[in-house]
Design a protein around this ligand. Structure first.
Ligand code: ADP
Ligand code: MG
Length: 323
């Protein structure tokens, strides 16, 4: 069956039936607007990301289920980067009428699976026919106490720069997909990223970091955003970049994807000197790797420190849609 036969309202009903009730949602899908119960004394953090067919995803590479997972994961990652607990989301989607209903079923199963694993409830959205490709726009809402929210702007000269997990894997996975590979660790890092929610919330609640961002556009680009917003500079020690064995096997000593590839959705954050041990202890408890990759210094821009201590200017930066 095609969406054209199911119709807009048939599709919305089908989505609504898959969403479980939640105490924080007195009024969910079905009315003109949803109603949410805020947690007292918390700010609402809200973020929106678009995924366009041909720009962000290629249906030759990804199945609808992992597309649904990733579409929500990238939004949840933005909340995690603020230290916020994800709670609710809205789904705007435009689809050609000829898309099979099974595509939407797979997409929703993936998206709601991701939502369920982070305690997120789908509370509404909008559905339209597309004359072009598929367009997805998800808005995610999270909560945190005002004093714990971590912005891009708090980094200070002298801070240590940490990154969770490993970097460059998702871009390496895209390279593999383009050369015909369809599975493996790197491909799964590209198609099915894990937002670092527990880590983001724990860093915020422990009051450890001065600034935080998620690595969506690449380490250089995202650390660059922290530097601009904090009016500081950073040095990145190339030998310290955390790389997976699979990255090394594919890329050898070439660090360009680790520096400038996007979509890892790891956390990059700055910590005042002297709190480094606390960071390592915290991540040890979480069972997630964390690596000090550099430091914040006075000035502007980013410099790379080679293994011999020499300083270099980075070349190409991360992903820029209009670049
Ligand atoms: P309106 O015309 O008033 O905007 P809609 O017919 O677009 O109403 O939506 C009806 C209900 O279905 C609303 O509660 C809306 O939030 C929800 N909804 C529409 N599309 C989606 C979607 N893709 N995912 C989740 N909820 C949706
Ligand atoms: Mg509408």
């Amino acid at each position: 069956m095609k969406l054209a036969e199911l119709g807009e309202f048939g599709l919305i009903d089908r989505i609504a039936q898959q969403v479980a009730a939640a105490p924080s949602v007195p009024l969910g899908i079905g009315d003109d607007a949803a109603a949410l119960l805020p947690t007292p004394e918390n700010l609402t953090l809200i973020t929106c990301d678009m995924l366009l067919e041909g720009v962000h995803f290629d249906l030759n590479f990804c199945d609808p289920h992992s597309l649904g997972r990733k579409s929500l994961a990238v939004n949840i990652s933005d909340l995690a980067a603020m230290g916020a607990v994800p709670r609710h989301c809205l789904l705007g989607i435009a689809l050609p009428a000829a898309v099979p209903v099974e595509f939407m079923d797979g997409f929703m199963t993936g998206m709601l699976e991701m939502a369920g694993s982070f305690g997120v409830t789908l509370v509404g959205g909008d559905t339209c026919a597309s004359k072009g490709g598929i367009a997805i726009s998800i808005t995610a809402l999270g909560e945190q106490r005002p004093e714990r929210v971590l912005k891009r702007s708090g980094a200070k000269a002298g801070d240590l720069v940490y990154v969770s997990g490993t970097v460059g894997d998702a871009a390496a996975g895209l390279k593999e997909l383009r050369s015909g590979r369809r599975e493996g660790f790197l491909v799964s890092r590209q198609l099915d990223p894990t937002p670092r929610v527990a880590a983001g919330v724990a860093v915020a609640e422990a009051g450890l970091a001065s600034a935080m961002i998620d690595v969506s556009d690449g380490v250089l680009s995202d650390l660059g955003h922290i530097c601009e917003m904090s009016k500081v500079a950073a040095r990145v020690e190339l030998a310290r970049l955390p790389l997976s064995d699979e990255y090394r096997a594919l890329c050898g000593d070439d660090l360009s994807l680790a520096l400038s590839g996007g979509e890892d959705y790891e956390l990059l954050f700055c910590v005042p000197q002297g709190r480094g041990e606390a960071v390592e202890e915290l991540f040890g408890r979480l069972g997630l790797a964390v690596t000090r990759v550099g430091a914040i210094v006075e000035g502007s821009g980013i410099e790379l420190v080679a293994a011999d201590g020499s300083l270099h200017q980075p070349g190409a930066r991360g992903f820029d849609h209009f670049g």
